[in-house]
Design a binder for this molecule. Structure first.
Ligand code: SF4
Length: 138
């Protein structure tokens, strides 16, 4: 699956849920997207839910964003770095961020960064339209 395929499929899934939550306030929506509730109510939203597994093992994990507004990707790659193509980066160079480096590719590693998974951050960037929040990602 390419970055774009995941991105647009995920945005569509998010919209399908939000269309059913129009009656909820911002705080109620964010509460609804808490990992524990989503595993129960929206089992198809994330493939990890089937195993009741978290993408980031943190208390208070919130799935509203899932992706990150600071993430930047290009399916064809941004540029070559020596003999490797750079496909994704963090636009704020988060100190919790890293890189996955393979034989011919460099990808942003967000596995240790919790920025988009915390409710305080989600409230700051909140929009009912997920694509609006992610407008600079690609
Ligand atoms: S490292 Fe953190 S801030 Fe940067 S793109 Fe990844 S999740 Fe977002």
């Amino acid at each position: 699956m390419t970055y774009s395929e995941w991105f647009y499929q995920h945005g569509d899934k998010h919209k399908a849920i939000m269309d059913r939550l129009e009656h909820l306030t911002m705080d109620e929506v964010i509460e609804y997207f808490r990992f524990e509730n989503m595993v129960e109510k929206e089992p198809d939203f994330c493939e990890l839910y089937a195993e009741n597994k978290k993408c980031h093992d943190i208390a208070g994990l919130n799935c509203y964003l899932c992706a990150c507004p600071h993430f930047r990707f290009k399916d064809k790659g941004f540029s070559m770095r020596e003999d490797k193509m750079l496909y994704s980066v963090c636009s704020i160079n988060s100190k919790e961020g890293g890189r996955f480096i393979t034989e011919d590719a460099i990808h942003q590693d967000c596995s240790q960064c919790y920025i988009p998974h915390r409710e305080s951050y989600i409230k700051n960037v909140f929009d009912r339209d997920w694509f609006e929040i992610m407008e600079n990602v690609c």
